[in-house]
Design a binder for this molecule. Structure first.
Ligand code: FES
Length: 159
């Protein structure tokens, strides 16, 4: 299905009222793995919601991304507790293993790396969240193992 058809398909499910914008953005995010600029333009034309408002919503919620994301999102908590317990070293290991920096996506579009503020599990610090699953007491060795499991076709399990 073409981009335009996909978008029309999503928009056809709504009345185009301002109250629908978050639901529309959710669908766009899940269909395209991000919210393309062109989609914002089209949503604006159909709903008459100002583009600035759509951008504000798309950048406010962490569920949305204006840049393409990988199939799996690796979020490293950089809150104080995690930072003190070695989060920067975990980030270095991920960078080394995947060849990407925070905010980037691997070439095969499999992983995104993001740095986030406290995820509310400080007692498990340092914490890495992979696709909403929390992995605590993270170490360089553990993250290497998790990434290796995945590249061998396994599912990312808690270790
Ligand atoms: S600082 Fe990382 S979970 Fe709170």
């Amino acid at each position: 299905m073409s981009f335009m058809r996909s978008l029309e398909d999503i928009l056809s499910n709504y009345d185009h009222g301002p109250e629908d914008i978050i639901e529309i953005l959710h669908e766009v995010q899940s269909r395209f793995n991000h919210i393309p600029k062109e989609a914002i333009e089209i949503i604006h034309r159909k709903t008459h919601i100002p583009k600035s408002r759509i951008y504000a919503i798309a950048t406010f919620y962490k569920a949305f991304s204006l840049k393409p994301r990988g199939e799996k999102i690796i979020r490293v908590c950089m809150g104080t507790a995690c930072h003190l317990k070695g989060a920067p070293s975990i980030v270095d290991e991920i960078k080394k293993q995947l060849g990407i920096s925070p905010g980037e996506v691997t070439k095969d579009k499999k992983f995104s790396l993001e740095l986030v503020n406290c995820v509310g599990s400080c007692s498990m610090a340092p914490v890495v969240v992979i696709d909403d699953k929390y992995h605590g007491q993270m170490t360089r060795q553990k993250i290497r193992k998790l990434l290796k499991q995945d590249s061998e076709g396994g599912i990312l399990h808690e270790v």
